[in-house]
Design a protein around this ligand. Structure first.
Ligand code: HXC
Length: 531
């Protein structure tokens, strides 16, 4: 217990007014640190959640946190608010170091009015966002809130408006990351949706526009909080969440890992690490992973593990739109973004969600100078009414737009199939890939051999005695003529056909020779991406 707590004056030599000011400071600090009080903090912990201040301590480097506006209070006196005002107004904001690099953050305190967002609460978050933008450092928000503070009425909504606006202005300038660690309901969910990466915690976090009770009242549908807005539901079904974590601790570890690939802002180059994995390491194993029959599946993540620096792959959006794999990795120490078709899911076909997933990832990489590597094994866009009526044309166009718009180095490696419109998005020089490599087993064509033979040799097949035999012969003819990579290389649309052993080395060399590329785009206010 300190001397002042015992009632002894610690600095009797100071003038009385100075001593009174110091006492006030101590009282205010205690009140500010107490948040909503011990009972509510105990309730928070009983739910398996950390308090707002503990979260900052766990996420950031020890002793590095500098707090902003800790004494700000709500200005509302109606509806019993006069007795509910607590220093800081339910959100802790400031700057800290994370693995030695500066970040800005906000952490909502559920023990204060349920972390609800009123005017001052919002103004503290928006001020932090502005400073993050001005200083060019990442912004991380930890959300744990009952939403708009009902007592503050429309000023709460205005508050959300200001936060959304700051999210939008900072988009593409600084990385923005949202950690949902409790409720995040109604319009509150739109701030995370405007940020680059969203994390959720299994069981303790829920995010939705309208909760189960409202849904039941309006539509009669019954659904649990977890099935509607839990971490897994968003990570696998809606795609609103990029990482779902078993615990808050796991989430903090993943955030640190994610930031290790990213620059602090678009003014900087991404961090480059020393490479401990041999750049000349042979990768002939690739042909043992990819099956000989072009219809048989394999896991593209095995190829990624083989080609990129040892254990450097961080998969993003792992459980959503799984026919496309995206994530960060390192190639000879450089950060790269990977988009790769996943033959294990729908044969790697591009559908609406996988096109959205890849397009958004490519745009993030482009905004932050992270080169894009495309690993191609794609039979085409997904056929069917479900996809057509759902807008596969509009969604598929997003990937084309994102690739052509991106000015970062873009390299494609065709592993096996590259057919049709999907070839264009994943590997086309004409669309903007700077360097297109293929393995010798690659097949680049408008469509697969069977479909092509049925169309261009239809008459011969139909008039033959043995349809199947003739079709087989014609398919081989088509394959030999059009589908081998040397046919594409002879037309200048493939830069090189590389040996499987040297695939890693060739990717590294390709990246080195185009790392310094600069490209301009026509001047415009902004393009009109298909949304
Ligand atoms: C004011 C709130 C509040 C809110 C919770 N509290 N939400 N105070 N405004 N929005 C207060 C409670 O009164 C309580 O105060 C304390 O926070 C803890 O809440 P509990 O209900 O005891 O906690 P729990 O049982 O864990 O339930 C959490 C909850 C529930 C599911 C979030 O509180 C809830 O449903 N709240 C209302 C959610 C809501 O409808 N928000 C408005 C959404 S509309 P005491 O003093 O008892 O501790 C919206 C529009 C935004 O957000 C649009 C932006 C564009």
């Amino acid at each position: 217990m300190s001397t002042s707590e015992k009632g002894t004056d610690p600095s009797p030599e100071l003038p009385y007014s100075h001593r009174e000011s110091l006492k006030l400071l101590e009282t205010m600090r205690k009140a500010m640190l107490a948040g909503g009080g011990e009972d509510r903090q105990a309730r928070q912990k009983a739910k398996g959640k950390h308090t707002a201040r503990e979260r900052i301590r766990l996420l950031t480097d020890e002793g590095s946190f500098v707090e902003n506006h800790p004494y700000e209070l709500s200005r509302i006196d109606d509806f019993g608010m006069d007795s509910k005002k607590i220093s800081g107004d339910g959100v802790i904001t400031g700057s800290a170091l994370l693995e030695g690099r500066q970040i800005w953050l906000s952490s909502q305190d559920f023990t204060v009015l349920g972390g609800s967002l009123g005017e001052q609460h919002a103004s503290k978050i928006a001020a932090t966002q502005r400073l993050a933008l001005k200083t060019g450092k990442p912004f991380i928000q930890i959300n744990d809130s009952g939403g708009a503070r009902i007592q503050e009425g429309v000023m709460s909504l205005e508050g959300y408006g200001s936060i959304f606006r700051e999210n939008i202005l900072a988009s593409g300038v600084i990385p923005q990351i949202s950690l949902i660690m409790g409720p995040c309901a109604g319009g509150a969910a739109y701030s995370p949706a405007l940020t680059d990466f969203v994390f959720m915690i299994d069981k303790t976090s829920h995010m939705y526009i309208t909760g189960p009770e409202v849904i039941k009242a309006v539509t009669g549908e019954e659904v649990s909080h977890e099935d509607l807005g839990g971490a897994l539901a968003h990570a696998s079904k809606s795609g609103n969440v990029h990482f779902h974590c078993a615990s808050e601790e796991e989430c903090f570890r993943l955030v640190k890992r994610l930031l290790s690939y990213l620059p602090s802002s678009n003014r900087e180059a991404p961090p480059r690490l020393e490479c401990t994995d041999d750049p000349n390491r042979e990768t002939g194993e690739i042909l043992r992973i990819i099956p000989g029959e072009s219809t048989r599946a394999y896991d593209v993540r095995e190829i990624i593990a083989l080609l990129f620096d040892g254990e450097s792959f961080l998969e993003v959006h792992r459980d959503f739109a799984r026919s496309m794999v995206v994530g960060f990795a390192r190639l000879a120490g450089r950060s790269v973004g990977i988009i790769g078709n996943q033959p294990m899911v729908f044969a790697g076909a591009l559908d609406r969600d996988s096109s959205d997933k890849a397009a958004r990832f490519v745009r993030f990489c482009d905004a932050f100078s992270i080169p894009v590597i495309s690993l191609v094994d794609v039979p085409g866009y997904m056929p069917g009414t479900e996809q057509e009526y759902g807008g596969i044309i509009r969604h598929g166009a997003k990937l084309l737009y994102a690739i052509a718009e991106a000015t970062v180095p873009k390299i494609a490696l065709v592993l096996r199939k590259a057919y049709g419109g999907a070839y264009i998005g994943m590997a086309s020089r004409a669309l903007g890939y700077d360097r297109v490599l293929t393995l010798p087993i690659a097949e680049i064509a408008v469509m697969g051999a069977s479909g092509a033979a049925n169309i261009i040799f239809r008459n011969e097949i139909q008039s033959a005695k043995d349809h199947d035999l003739i079709k087989e012969i014609k398919m081989h003819e088509y394959q030999r003529k059009f589908m081998n990579p040397f046919s594409s290389a002879s037309l200048g649309i493939v830069d090189d056909v590389i040996s499987p052993e040297s695939a890693r080395k060739e990717l590294i060399r390709s990246l080195e020779i185009i790392a310094d590329k600069r490209e301009d785009r026509p001047s415009k206010k902004h393009g009109n991406m298909p949304l």
